[in-house]
Write a protein that binds this ligand. Structure first.
Ligand code: NAI
Length: 328
């Protein structure tokens, strides 16, 4: 199949080219995101392959369909960036990679937690400048603390297991009980209880109309003073202005975000020679107790290989006319 791969970085080319040895598709890589302006690059292609920040809305889907594209292959798990009803109406298949490495994202959430707690991001800079003072670096034992996990699917369940290993009490909120978590001793509670009893809250649910801005002024008011918030889910789970207000008052004691509501166009790219125009992001970057990473939770060798293999397998199945289990 002829596949136009958009938003592709050198590491995507490497993993897709290696995985394609078993499939023999014709891959064309483009650094540009898929957009109305760039979709003509897909004129020869039967499928476009896009990443998490390519917004495949109704208008773009119509343009893509006009180029003869029959399939949109998402090389990510989340699909909040695609207008699925319009894709269906146009007869465009949409496939995704529902799971690649839950360990990658769960382990990144732990990295963020430990860094914020023990302030290794600050210690690293201090020591390099000859400042060996410990003032301001005081952390807490994770052992005995309560961690609240919103969404105990693949990633949340791995995190629950890791946090149990640290000796934490794990509370969870989900629309389904995960039997693996129940077996671990995770206590399922309602959201109100999770927010009010947790020392650390980590978000692992998808972005839906129901979960959009679940971190908002009202939910922050329920939380413990000094709560640590970790978001490796989707940016819009957090209402940015509300969390900034919480950080300013000290109610939110620390915040880590691997995802950001307005990350599109910023994350994954080098903007170091530009003036960043996003004032909320810039305000967040002024807090010493805020840690932002550029959507790198998924970024491990194992995850990249799994993403390439699953994406190409999805497309091979569609080419052979088989039912693709990862179709949306
Ligand atoms: P999953 O589908 O296995 O688990 C999601 C869980 O959230 C399910 O158990 C589901 O029942 C639950 N859920 C749905 N609606 C909910 C609600 N209203 N309240 C509470 N729980 C709810 O997904 P997985 O693989 O664990 O991924 C979770 C999220 O992580 C994805 O939706 C995606 O947004 C994000 N993600 C982030 C990555 C990164 O690089 N930072 C990479 C991969 C995923």
């Amino acid at each position: 199949m002829r596949i136009a791969v958009f938003s592709s970085k050198p590491y995507d080319r490497d993993t897709f080219t290696a995985a394609n040895a078993a499939h023999g598709h014709s891959l064309q890589f483009f650094e540009a995101a898929l957009s109305v302006e760039t979709c003509s690059l897909a004129e020869e292609a039967e499928a476009v392959c896009v990443f998490v920040n390519d917004t495949v809305d109704a208008h773009l889907l119509r343009c893509v369909a006009g180029c003869g594209v029959k399939t949109v292959a998402l090389r990510c798990a989340g699909f909040n960036n695609v207008d699925l009803p319009v894709a269906k109406e146009l007869g465009i298949n949409v496939v995704r990679v529902p799971a690649y490495s839950p360990y990658a994202v769960a382990e990144h959430a732990v990295v963020l937690m430990l860094t914020l707690n023990r302030k290794t991001h600050r210690a690293y800079n201090r020591v390099r400048e000859g400042n060996f003072s410990l003032n301001g670096l005081l952390g807490f034992d994770l052992h005995g603390k309560t961690v609240g996990i919103v969404g105990t699917g693949r990633i949340g369940a791995v995190l629950a297991k890791i946090m149990t290993g640290f000796g934490c009490t794990v509370l969870a909120e989900d629309v389904y009980l995960n039997p693996d978590c129940v077996a671990l001793g995770v206590q399922y509670v309602d959201r109100h209880t999770l927010f009010s009893q947790s020392d650390i809250i980590s978000l692992h649910c998808p972005l839906t109309p129901e979960t959009r801005h679940i971190i908002n002024p009202l939910s922050i008011a329920l939380m413990k003073h000094g709560v640590m918030l970790i978001n490796t889910g989707r940016g819009a789970l957090i209402e940015t202005r509300a969390v900034i207000a919480g950080l300013k008052s000290g109610h939110v004691g620390a915040l880590a975000m691997d995802v950001y509501e307005q990350e599109e166009g910023l994350f994954f790219e080098d903007h170091s020679n530009e003036i960043i125009q996003d004032d909320l992001l810039e305000r967040l970057l002024t807090f010493h107790n805020v840690l932002i990473t550029s959507h790198q939770g998924y970024f491990t060798r194992e995850a990249l290989s799994a993403i390439a293999e699953t994406t190409l397998n999805n497309l091979s199945q569609i080419e052979r006319g088989e039912v693709c289990a990862n179709a949306l």
